[in-house]
Design a protein around this ligand. Structure first.
Ligand SMILES: Cc1cc2nc3c(=O)[nH]c(=O)nc-3n(C[C@H](O)[C@H](O)[C@H](O)COP(=O)(O)OP(=O)(O)OC[C@H]3O[C@@H](n4cnc5c(N)ncnc54)[C@H](O)[C@@H]3O)c2cc1C
Length: 399
């Protein structure tokens, strides 16, 4: 039988992971990426629970560990850079987790392990899709028209391919927070610890060490949706300058460095809620389908897990409808659980007043105390539903 031809839109985490597994199961895979090359921006991302096991199965765990950012934990500092609370790596469910890597490094690893087996089309995207009895006719932006058996959107939270297939059925639900990530030069005040600074009016600046001699900075602030994500890079920088010029601490340094930056990511933090993840011969994976938001620390893990399951189910069922149905049944309860944000998130971490910031730092101090951590560990071993290790990974057969 001829191998099934699958087109995947998006070359970040979900797309290449899906292609990796589909290739193992004998599918012929093409990835189309809108950007001219891999997008390597962003900060540390976590690989947790079942996603860690998948990284082992893919044979990339050692490479991920070798790219560890070396972050020792998070210090919560005041405007004089005096530590108010600290969360060392791996000692609580907050802060730096056991397996962390720069998002861009993970993207590079996944690309390295797929580039020789998968056809990559950069600087291109799908502009039209027409499903027929035996496949999907795809029109690309550069004019080419090709036929595929299946098309999968893995092109992130603002997926346009998703709109072509599902219209406005999936809802992108903002959580009331804007975040920007960008790289800046390292300064003497930077160390192997991430530093988190709360300014009044619900503003946060975070600086994290990376393994490239630079620092990963982020600005975040509470705000109702204002469509800032649709503005140009220059306009977004202007908004951030206005918001943070009087934030104190090292805000001026970060703003000055931001001006020279070209890899900035800026978005209204949101979740994607989709009543179905497939339609006919098309399906979705990763943030395009079920973005949980970076507030859960599970964006990458859900993408890796979803890609593994989708590929596995496609290898198990000759009928793609059955495979898509099974992927949904298996994964949706877990996704629903991960998407549930704890009460008070993101407001708790972004207090408005000086008093609110004092209360937050006091709470963090309590959380980081050894005694409370021990109690927390006992509770999390009893209540396993609150951990990310509880997805039982199905095994699929290699070809
Ligand atoms: C530049 C960038 C920086 C990020 N930084 C962070 C971070 O610091 N922390 C964090 O928690 N999360 C970050 N994220 C989000 C994080 O990558 C995702 O939550 C998670 O990895 C899920 O990945 P994904 O592959 O589903 O989607 P994404 O990582 O969002 O990737 C989607 C890919 O699809 C491409 N694309 C978009 N539209 C189209 C189209 N029409 N056709 C073809 N390709 C398209 C994009 O260029 C991108 O490569 C970032 C995402 C990006 C794109």
């Amino acid at each position: 039988m001829k191998p099934k031809k699958v087109l995947i839109s998006g070359a970040s985490i979900a797309g290449p992971t899906l292609a990796f597994w589909l290739d193992r199961y004998g599918f012929q895979t093409t990835i189309v990426e809108r950007a001219e090359s891999l997008r390597l921006g962003g900060q540390n991302v976590d690989i947790k629970g079942a996603a860690k096991r998948i990284a082992q199965l893919m044979g990339i765990e050692d490479e991920i560990r070798a790219s560890d950012t070396g972050e020792l934990g998070v210090l919560f500092v005041n405007s004089d850079n005096v530590t108010q609370a600290s969360l060392p790596k791996g000692e609580s469910n907050l802060g730096t987790s056991e397996l962390e890597i720069l998002r861009g490094d993970l993207v590079k690893i996944l690309y390295k392990h797929t580039k020789d087996k998968v056809e990559y089309l950069f600087g291109n995207q799908i502009t039209a899709l027409e499903e027929h009895d035996s496949g999907v006719k795809v029109t690309f932006q550069q004019g080419e028209i090709r036929d595929f058996d299946l098309v999968i959107c893995a092109d992130g939270i603002r997926s346009r391919t998703r709109n072509l297939i599902f219209g406005d059925e999936p809802v992108v639900r903002p959580v009331g927070l804007y975040v920007s990530y960008f790289t800046i030069p390292r300064a003497d005040s930077d160390s192997r610890w991430a530093r988190w600074y709360n300014a009044t009016n619900s503003r946060v600046i975070v600086m994290r060490p990376d393994n490239e001699g630079t620092t990963r900075a982020s600005f975040s602030f509470l705000s109702e949706p204002k469509d800032y994500e649709k503005l140009s890079l220059a306009e977004q920088k202007e908004i951030l300058s206005e918001k943070f010029f009087d934030a104190g601490w090292e805000a001026k340094r970060v703003l000055a460095a931001m001006e020279c930056n070209t890899d900035m990511y800026f978005d209204a933090i949101s979740q994607v809620i989709a009543p179905r993840w497939s339609k006919g011969r098309c399906a979705m994976v990763g943030d395009a389908a079920y973005c949980p938001s970076p507030l859960t620390g599970m964006g990458v893990s859900l993408s890796v897990l979803g890609a593994y399951l989708l590929a596995g189910e496609l290898s198990k069922h000759a009928d793609h409808q059955k495979a898509f149905g099974s992927y949904d049944n298996l994964f949706r309860p877990y996704v629903n659980k991960i998407q549930k944000l704890p009460p008070g998130v993101p407001k708790l971490a972004h207090p408005k007043t000086k008093l609110g910031i004092f209360v937050l730092n006091t709470l963090l101090n309590i959380i980081s105390s050894k005694v409370v951590q021990k109690i927390g560990k006992v509770f999390s071993s009893i209540n396993t539903s609150s951990t990310s290790d509880d997805f039982e990974l199905p095994e699929y057969e290699k070809l």
